[in-house]
Ligand binder design. Structure first.
Ligand code: PEP
Length: 230
């Protein structure tokens, strides 16, 4: 299983350091085959070397460096040995306004740099209510311009209506969607959307769920460890 923590715009450099300091000693208890990823805000990136977890960027601009005021490029990430990135999160698509074209450009650039890419897709409630065919049409459209044969590639299925809402997709919905997605992209497939201690067992047991991407429940070391060590 993969356990990925997305802090979003939460935590500071200092609190991230404290978090990782508390997390690290507990990770000796995890299944050695499980992988843990932490995505802190960009200002908290550092070279937190560990064999037990990997730190990635929630976002970056697809350039090495240059005149892109307010953005961070590869040069700023490699200073901290960061070579993992989240691309396509629904908050970036819907709030920041990244189009599929922007997302695909970012993907192509970071693929070229050899980054490990955790690529997020997900449908709105409106689409979900139309049924699985509409959901799959939407999800497949989010692979437009994406090289799904890229080796260093993990997909995170995150229904938008389940993100930060406390409403998790049902086991049947996750099963049906993940089975259909595996036929489209045969890559590790994470589920994200209000994953927490109370539902990790049933979600982790779903066939074709290879891990979870977690927002709210990842913000405290204790609640994230409830997932990793469940
Ligand atoms: C996310 O934003 O990736 C996410 C899954 O958030 P939450 O766990 O809070 O629903």
């Amino acid at each position: 299983m993969i356990y990925a923590a997305n802090f979003k715009t939460n935590h500071t450099r200092q609190s991230t350091r404290e978090y990782l300091g508390k997390l690290q000693p507990q990770l000796s208890k995890k299944n050695p085959n499980d992988k843990v990823y932490i995505f802190p805000p960009l200002t908290a990136l550092d070279d937190y070397e560990s064999a037990d977890f990997r730190v990635g960027a929630q976002n970056a601009y697809p350039v090495e460096n240059g005149a892109f005021t307010g953005e961070v490029g590869v040069e700023q990430l490699t200073e901290f040995n960061i070579n993992t990135i989240l691309i396509g999160h629904s908050e970036r698509r819907d709030i920041i306004g990244e189009s599929q074209e922007d997302v695909a450009k970012k993907f192509a650039f970071f693929k070229e740099q050899g980054f490990e890419i955790i690529y997020c897709i997900g449908e709105s409630l409106e689409v979900r209510e139309e049924g699985i065919e509409a959901v799959m049409t939407h999800l497949v459209s989010q692979f437009e311009g994406i090289d799904t044969s890229y080796d260093n590639f993990v997909v995170a299925y995150e229904p938008i209506w389940a993100i930060g809402t406390g409403r998790t997709a049902s086991v049947d919905e996750i099963t049906e969607t993940h089975n259909a997605l595996k036929k489209v992209v045969d890559k590790p497939l994470l589920y994200g959307g209000s994953v927490k201690g109370a539902n990790i067992k049933e979600i982790a047991h779903v066939e074709n769920v290879d891990g979870v991407l977690v927002g709210g429940a990842s913000l405290k070391t204790e609640t994230f460890l409830e997932l990793v060590l469940h």
